[in-house]
Design a protein around this ligand. Structure first.
Ligand code: SAH
Length: 228
């Protein structure tokens, strides 16, 4: 792998990651590149340092959503693996991520060999992740503090778009910024759970659509938030 693993990544955590990968295989994840990304990325380093307790570290490689600060969570490893697998990323593709959070999904996308653009609306998280990802060897993503509903027209079109927060509807700006032939994964719903929607753009105005089951995300909120 091109990306180096952090020095702080101990042997213990390597074992835990291997077991997590086995669980993900059992749950149906098949893409070897996705699985090896999860096997190499030190998820235990992504938590909110200010509130993290040693107990949290015990759960770093369980299939759980955990706090990352600013009231947000890191997605379940299965959710990250599932969305990434469904994107069917090939080397060098331009991928837009909405909801950078702690940058775990961003690191997975980088490890898949994609050219990553990622938007986060919380300034505190954005600042932290921008510093943190290169520190652990995952540099090269273009991280933007902004409102994901608007996408990034200046860098469009994108081969793939992944939304990592639950949206009330599919934003038109994101549909417009997807390449023809491109795929978007977006969880839709404002209740406790969201339906994972898979969309393929077949022409400037038409899309194939599939519903891929229920997942649980924090909400996709409108507009940028300031420092918290
Ligand atoms: N991809 C992250 C998931 C973080 S949770 C991971 O790997 O852990 C979802 C993130 O989406 C939160 O950080 C939240 O602040 C952010 N978010 C919510 N609404 C947003 C919006 N409109 N634009 C950009 N980011 C948004």
């Amino acid at each position: 792998m091109f990306y180096k693993v952090s020095k702080a990544d101990e042997y213990l955590f390597e074992g835990k990651r291997k077991r997590l990968v086995e669980q993900l295989r059992i749950k149906g994840i098949k893409n070897e590149k996705v699985l090896s990304a999860i096997e190499e990325i030190p998820r235990h380093l992504f938590f909110d340092n200010t509130t993290a307790r040693p107990a949290l570290l015990d759960h770093a490689y369980s299939d759980k959503a955990l706090p990352i600060g600013a009231g947000q969570t890191i997605s379940h490893p299965y959710t990250v693996a599932f969305q990434t697998e469904q994107l069917q990323i090939t080397q060098g593709e331009k991928v837009l991520e909405i909801g950078t959070g702690c940058g775990y999904q961003t690191a997975v996308l980088l490890a898949m060999g994609s050219k990553v653009y990622s938007i986060e609306r919380q300034k505190t998280l954005f600042d932290k992740t921008k510093l943190f990802l290169p520190q652990i060897g995952y540099s090269g993503a273009k991280l933007i503090y902004g409102d994901g509903y608007k996408g990034l027209p200046q860098f469009a079109p994108f081969d793939k778009i992944i939304v990592t927060a639950g949206a009330p509807y599919i934003p038109n700006d994101l549909l417009a910024q997807l390449k023809i032939g491109g795929v978007m994964l977006i969880p839709i719903g404002e209740g406790e759970t969201q339906e994972m929607i898979w969309l393929k753009k077949t022409s400037a105005t038409s899309f194939d659509k599939k519903v891929l089951g229920n997942f649980k995300f924090v909400p996709l909120l409108q507009n940028k938030a300031g420092v918290r």
